[in-house]
Ligand binder design. Structure first.
Ligand code: S3P
Length: 172
């Protein structure tokens, strides 16, 4: 089985994915890390030097190569991965997809400290951030909501979100 975790930046895709991979004894992949390894460059410098269009093509290619492989794994996607090309159809064809959902307020609280690592939001101040996230999430929602399952993260700790995911998988 392949499990994909999707959702906005800061929703905990990588942290929850890593935790769940230990619980289920699955390999864990982080799409952003796979991109950085392939390109030998950090995400912010790919955006800066090669631009977003280049990044999105590369992201889509690595997503497809990874999903087509035979193994079982948990894959944390990037926040924008579901939105470009035919990614969501591909993700649902090959994996059990989970949308980790949070409100703009919850996301802005989580993201403020680490926004420098995210080129899409690094230029925004505290007040602009929540408004930007609200609009951006509204645009991305039609894609995120195509996930097979939705988990509300709220104030839950990582083990509780991981438990929600395993319960859904067991009930299938
Ligand atoms: C992006 C999210 C990032 C990374 C890139 C673009 C986005 O991944 O792929 O900075 O468009 O939302 P995380 O969601 O893991 O931060």
């Amino acid at each position: 089985m392949k499990i994909t975790l999707l959702g906005y930046m800061g929703s905990g895709k990588s942290t929850i994915g890593r935790f769940l991979s230990k619980k289920l004894n699955y390999t864990f992949y982080d799409l952003d890390e796979l991109i950085e390894q392939k390109e030998g460059q950090s995400i912010p410098s790919i955006f800066k030097e090669k631009g977003e269009v280049y990044f999105r093509k590369l992201e889509n290619q690595i997503l497809k190569d990874t999903l087509r492989s035979d193994s079982s794994f948990i894959l944390a996607l990037g926040g924008g991965t579901p939105v470009f090309y035919d990614s969501m159809d591909f993700i649902n064809q090959y994996s059990e997809s989970f949308y980790l959902s949070l409100t703009p307020k919850e996301l802005s609280k989580r993201l403020y400290r680490e926004k420098s690592k995210r080129p899409i939001i690094s230029h925004l101040n505290d007040e602009e951030l929540e408004e930007f996230i609200a609009k951006h999430l509204f645009e991305r929602n039609p894609y995120y909501s195509k996930a097979k399952y939705k988990v509300e993260v709220k104030e839950k700790e990582v083990p509780e979100v991981a438990l929600n995911i395993t319960q859904i998988l067991n009930q299938r």
